[in-house]
Design a protein around this ligand. Structure first.
Ligand code: PMP
Length: 408
């Protein structure tokens, strides 16, 4: 694999060298919300519409074959990317949210009985809370929550103590979007399996930042989004163990997901098509495939090391800013920094930084229960990706120093 070179990576993303209004440099530190796209991905989308546009699977003409190749070729890349066992185990979705809802409705809903338990942690994104609340309402099951420690970690001990004979399914973030905490997923999966519970991991914040091997984790389901991985919006993937997916009924009916249809009864298509009703996001899949091809040229361990260096540089400098408090300091955390500043509303931090071209996210980060846990209505959040560099960190720090001067 080629050595990791942040400046070379940066040059692959056209938007990063495009000046903002008044010629200002863009400092993009909102990568946990969505990542920017390399030229390779932008071109793949354009190429698809110029040269291959057709519907997939249903026609034998040349363009349909091209479209099908692009769509299924990207699935092959997904299999390799997370080390799934086969193509049957990769279902296209609209994104992480869609994947979790699929598991909630197709796996959990038929199995849950009144009094059964769904286990999640206190740091989950709303998309790994609300689908479980909906299925709990539908079945009489209840949601059990593993608490977060003061440093933002979730311990294996706390997790184990919340597992019970009634635990049917567990939803875990691999990496917290709000704090950067990395959960000990492999150990949690093993503990859950010892209780015969099935685990879905929300990998939205992991896949662009660390190597993920679903077989090594032994996770039952793993959901992620293309757009957090340098790919387009509107497409994602759900990995599921074949035996589980085989045993699950679909919850969306329509074209392509059937084998035969009659008014007497309908039979389902084979995996993974059973879960892909209707014309899919073909252009999205083609561009998602290009994003994975792009990732193939990068070393995820090297990306993790690079991002960790940026995290340390930023953390050290932020500790010197009066009245600034970082929330989430768990050992081994990913390159996401959530913080608050005395006497300054998070939105004002974001607005002032934007005036110098620094893009961060402010708000509850779709993790309201976690904000409540830390007693804050909102935080400001800087999140890093492979293409960020020391200049980005320095622009953030300079911006925060001026926030401190104005409000402090
Ligand atoms: N989980 C986590 C941890 C996330 O960060 C996000 C996106 N912010 C999601 C789930 C939802 O992803 P999407 O909106 O792409 O479905």
């Amino acid at each position: 694999r080629p050595l990791f070179d942040a400046e070379r990576v940066r040059a692959d993303f056209p938007i990063l060298s495009e000046p903002l209004d008044q010629g200002m440099r863009l400092t993009y530190l909102d990568n946990a919300a969505t990542t920017q796209k390399p030229l390779h991905v932008i071109r793949a989308s354009d190429d698809y519409y110029r040269h291959a546009n057709a519907n997939v699977h249903r026609a034998i003409h040349a363009l349909s074959q091209r479209a099908t190749r692009a769509y299924e070729g990207a699935r092959d890349r997904l299999v390799d990317f997370v080390n799934a066992g086969s193509r049957a185990e990769i279902v296209y979705t609209r994104g992480t949210t869609d994947g979790i809802n699929l598991v909630a409705q197709c796996y959990a809903r038929p199995r849950l009985e009144a009094g059964d338990e769904i286990l999640v942690t206190e740091l989950e994104h709303h998309s790994n809370i609300v689908p479980w609340q909906i299925v709990a309402e539908q079945t009489g099951a209840k949601l059990v929550v593993v608490p977060v420690e003061d440093d933002g970690s979730v311990t294996l001990e706390a997790f184990q103590s919340r597992l019970s004979e009634r635990t049917v399914i567990v939803g875990l973030a691999h990496v917290s979007n709000a704090l950067g905490t990395v959960l000990p997923v492999a150990d949690m999966v093993a503990a859950a399996h010892a209780h015969d519970a099935v685990v879905i991991v929300d990998g939205a914040q992991a896949v662009a930042h660390m190597p993920v091997d679903v077989q090594a984790l032994d996770v039952d389901f793993y959901a992620f989004s293309g757009h957090k991985l340098f790919g387009p919006t509107g497409i994602g993937a759900l990995y599921g163990k074949q035996a589980l997916l085989d045993a699950m009924p679909p919850y969306q009916g329509g074209g392509d997901m059937i084998e035969t249809v009659s008014f007497e009864g309908t039979t389902w298509n084979e995996l993974p098509y059973k879960f892909e009703a209707g014309t899919p996001n073909i252009a999205g899949a083609a561009a998602f495939g290009a994003a994975l091809e792009y990732m193939d040229g990068l070393d995820l361990d090297a990306i993790a090391t690079h991002e960790h260096g940026l995290l340390e540089r930023a953390t050290r400098a932020m500790q010197d800013i009066d009245g600034l408090r970082i929330i989430g300091t768990a050992p081994g955390k990913a390159a996401i920094i959530s913080f608050v500043m005395d006497g300054v509303h998070a939105h004002d931090i974001g607005t002032l930084l934007d005036e110098s071209g620094v893009a961060i996210r402010t708000g509850h980060h779709c993790a309201m229960p976690l904000m409540q846990r830390f007693g804050v209505p909102a935080t400001a959040r800087a999140s890093f990706a492979a293409y960020n560099n020391d200049d980005d960190v320095d622009a953030l720090i300079k911006g925060l120093e001026s926030v401190q001067r104005i409000f402090g």
